[in-house]
Each structure stands twice: as structure tokens, then as C-alpha cells.
Write a protein that binds this ligand. Structure first.
Ligand code: ADP
Length: 158
């Protein structure tokens, strides 16, 4: 059984994230979505709310498990015997950060591979920060987030 960990802030989860997970399921038997506490990012939703939205999005999917974490990612991967860290790439702008992260994780544990997938073209411009910003100004982002997120966005409550 091959397990991958998909870490992120998921503030909130978007259809870009969902697409990454679906691609990961073609490569791995199980995916653990690890919702990082990320207090330094001052998230809009607290970690429990973010985890609840992830769980609601993948309800009934037996190969997907979600949890929250605030420690070192490689320790989490080791605990769950994950062989890979799954990440998504959008534009070249993601590369620099992802490259550093992958290199650092490899330094910490050379046995865990970082695997990158690209989401569908229509989601390449989708980011949680855009979702937060646009919805806070009353913009309609319903087509870009899962159902479980819509009701929690400012414009969704309208
Ligand atoms: P982090 O704070 O770890 O960057 P995010 O929730 O912003 O957390 O992103 C988690 C991962 O998902 C990152 O690898 C990011 O590049 C990827 N990702 C986010 N949105 C998309 C998207 N629309 N298409 C492809 N990958 C994405």
C-alpha cells in the first residue's frame, strides 16, 4: 500500500486542491490530507474549520483521510508510513518555494519523495488567497470552491 501526504494550509480548500488530490489517487493507494496549523499565516479559518471543510468535501472517500498537524511534516509522514509528499504546481511562481521545501524535506528524510502534479488548466489561477480576497469583496467564487466551503465564505452567506 502506497500512502502519500498532501500538506497545505487549505484556507480554504479550493477545487484546485481537489484536483490535485484526484490526480494523487491515480498514483497512490491512500492520501492523507494534512491541514497545517500555520499560525504565522494568520489564516481566515481556524485549523478545525479548515479540517471540517476538507472532511466534508471528501466524505465517503475511503482512500482519503484528513488530519491537522503543527509539527514537522517528515515526522508526520514517517508516523503514517507515507512514501511521498504530494504537492501541486501552478505557475513558475510556485516553483521556487516548492523547490526549497522539497530540498529541505529531502535533507530531513531522503526516503520520502516529493511528487508534483499540475491541476487542470482552469484551476491554474485558483489560490486560497484569491478566494478569500475576492469573496470578502463580494465577488462570486462559488465555481472555484467545493460545496462545503461556499456556505462559509462572506459572499456565500450574503
Ligand atoms: P501552503 O501554505 O502549504 O502553500 P496551500 O493550501 O496554499 O498551502 O497549498 C497546498 C499545495 O497545493 C501547494 O503545493 C500548492 O501549490 C497546491 N495548490 C494550491 N492551489 C492549487 C491549484 N489551483 N492548482 C495546483 N496546485 C495547487
Amino acid at each position: 500500500m502506497k500512502t502519500a501526504i498532501y500538506p497545505g494550509t487549505f484556507d480554504p480548500i479550493t477545487l484546485g486542491h481537489v484536483d490535485v488530490v484526484q490526480r494523487g489517487l491515480k498514483l497512490f493507494d491512500n492520501i492523507i490530507i494534512a491541514v497545517a496549523d500555520s499560525p504565522k499565516k494568520s489564516p481566515m479559518f481556524d485549523v478545525q474549520q479548515r479540517l471540517d471543510m476538507v472532511n466534508a468535501t471528501f466524505v465517503g472517500e475511503s482512500r482519503i483521510q484528513a488530519l491537522s498537524f503543527d509539527g514537522l511534516l517528515v515526522n508526520l509522514a514517517q508516523t503514517h508510513q507515507a512514501c511521498a509528499i504530494l504537492r501541486g504546481l501552478r505557475a513558475a511562481s510556485d516553483f521556487e518555494y516548492e523547490f526549497q521545501l522539497a530540498a529541505m524535506n529531502r535533507k530531513l528524510d531522503a526516503d520520502i519523495e516529493s511528487v508534483f502534479v499540475m491541476a487542470r488548466e482552469e484551476y491554474t489561477f485558483v489560490s486560497s488567497s484569491f478566494i478569500r480576497e475576492i469573496s470578502s469583496m463580494g465577488g462570486d467564487v462559488n465555481a472555484l470552491v467545493p460545496e462545503a466551503v461556499r456556505q462559509h465564505l462572506p459572499q456565500g452567506k450574503g
